[in-house]
Write a protein that binds this ligand. Structure first.
Ligand code: FCB
Length: 443
């Protein structure tokens, strides 16, 4: 991979927010002390998680959060994106988040909580419209308790992946394979988001956004069938959620497939956002369907889908097999800037990162270096980007992949559950130095 690591990273504007991200189910552990989520049920089924692991203990962040906040302070980040476990709050425990937020504030790190990062309480179902109302009630409770110290909120994490992987293809919890019958799950999450924005504003909260995963879609060829399939995939990944949120309408042909009075709901869904979060990992190459079920990146894609995902060749890949294409981040941001124009609020990159093994993770350094420079190019092209968060602070439970994929700046020794020792990797020290240089006078 080309790296420009020899030259300093260009200076970002003053006030640009540098952070790292995690999520509750992936790091907290202490599963006994809360209600079950759909992920607990899913991981209990044999064969669902590749290494047969669960997140019952994970990084045991629930008990070791002080050590983790100390790592954040030493890293020098401005902000920490974590998520709040809805099942934990339902079992009456908000004290943990109270302590965590206090610890972050004392360390001078801005708390940026995500209110839903896929760990739906097992008693609830996104196919039920009522779940959207329950979500807004839960959000009011959290805002009432933490709102005095939290300046920035994220309602949902990647509703598209939760719909697609969890409900359409069945490779994530709750493990349903509904294909296009999963669309109500998308609508109900969007509605939940809109109701949550209203609940947050009613409690006096500001700095409200949500986080979607986006990436450029590359057609497999210039053939008509490939172009159409790529367009369709682009709608699913880049517009199904962004259009209703930012434009107040579904992409053509989709609104009529949604349950209930979608037109009326869109008014709630399109409540203005203070900022828009983008998680970026890689572009996707897409072509016409190939008439058979195919395995791609560990996901089996049924033959009935109107597209097929193809390998991106001639690019380095991470240990997860994801292609490394930093310049696609610049393209993605300039495309969003053109597509949504003044309807696009300031953007924050809420996740970007890669899985590589090893403590001397030079590949991760090259990945982050390339992507931070690509982000700077988007700023130069006038895209209003206000922050960048690395996924992730710690190695953690990577959903259906278990502990096999290591995304952390800090290594966690899962082999020794008694200590779960944290060891900063080379990339942690590199990012610390980048942040020092960004903040240093006249650098
Ligand atoms: C994103 C998820 C996050 C993590 C990274 C690798 O899709 O939001 O929880 O799993 O991918």
């Amino acid at each position: 991979m080309t790296t420009e690591a020899g030259n300093p990273i260009p200076r970002f504007p003053a006030g640009f927010l540098w952070g790292v991200s995690t999520s509750a189910h992936q790091i907290e552990g202490a599963a006994d002390a809360r209600e079950p989520s759909v992920w607990d049920a899913f991981t209990a089924e044999p064969g669902r998680v590749k290494d047969g692991s669960t997140a019952a203990v994970a990084c045991d962040h629930y008990h070791r959060y002080r050590e983790d906040v100390a790592l954040l302070r030493e890293l020098g980040v401005d902000a920490y994106r974590f998520s709040i476990s809805w099942p934990r709050v339902r079992s009456g425990d908000l004290d943990f988040y109270d302590r965590l937020v206090d610890e972050l504030c004392a360390a001078g790190v801005r708390p940026v909580p995500t209110l839903f990062h896929w760990d739906l309480p097992a008693a609830l179902d996104w196919l039920d419209r009522d779940t959207a109302e329950r979500f807004a009630e839960y959000v009011s409770v959290v805002a009432g308790r933490l709102g005095d110290r939290v300046p920035q909120w994220i309602t949902l994490n990647e509703p598209a992946e939760h719909t697609l992987l969890g409900h359409a293809l069945g490779v994530h919890a709750p493990g349903r394979r509904l294909l296009f019958d999963a669309l109500p799950v998308a609508h109900h999450q969007l509605l939940a988001h809109g109701l949550a924005v209203r609940a947050l504003r009613a409690s006096g909260a500001t700095g409200i956004g949500l986080t979607n995963s986006h990436g450029p879609t590359w057609p497999a060829s210039r053939e008509q069938a490939d172009l159409e399939a790529a367009d369709f995939y682009d709608v699913l990944l880049n517009r199904l959620f962004a259009d209703p949120l930012l434009l107040g309408r579904y992409p053509e042909g989709i609104g009529e497939l949604m349950p209930g009075d979608a037109e009326a709901d869109l008014k709630i869904i399109a409540e203005p956002l203070d900022w828009y979060g983008i998680n970026y990992y890689a572009p996707t190459r897409v072509g016409a369907p190939q008439g058979t079920e195919i395995e791609f990146g560990g996901v089996s894609m049924p033959a009935e889908l109107p597209f097929s995902v193809r390998e991106i060749e001639d690019r380095p890949v991470t240990d997860f097999g994801w292609p490394v294409v930093p310049e696609a981040l610049t393209d993605l941001l300039t495309t969003f800037h053109e597509r949504y124009a003044d309807r696009l609020p300031p953007v924050v990159i809420t996740e970007n990162g890669c899985s590589y093994d090893g403590l001397d993770d030079q590949d991760r350094i090259a990945y982050l270096d390339g992507h931070i420079r690509a982000l700077h190019r988007a700023l130069e092209a006038d895209v209003d980007v206000r922050g960048y968060f690395v996924w992730s602070l710690l190695d953690n439970f990577e959903w259906a992949e278990g502990y096999a994929r290591r995304f952390g700046l800090v290594h966690v020794n899962f082999e020794d559950p008694a200590t779960l020792k944290r060891t900063p990797k080379a990339s942690y020290r590199w990012l610390r130095d980048v942040l020092r240089a960004q903040k240093g006078a006249g650098a």
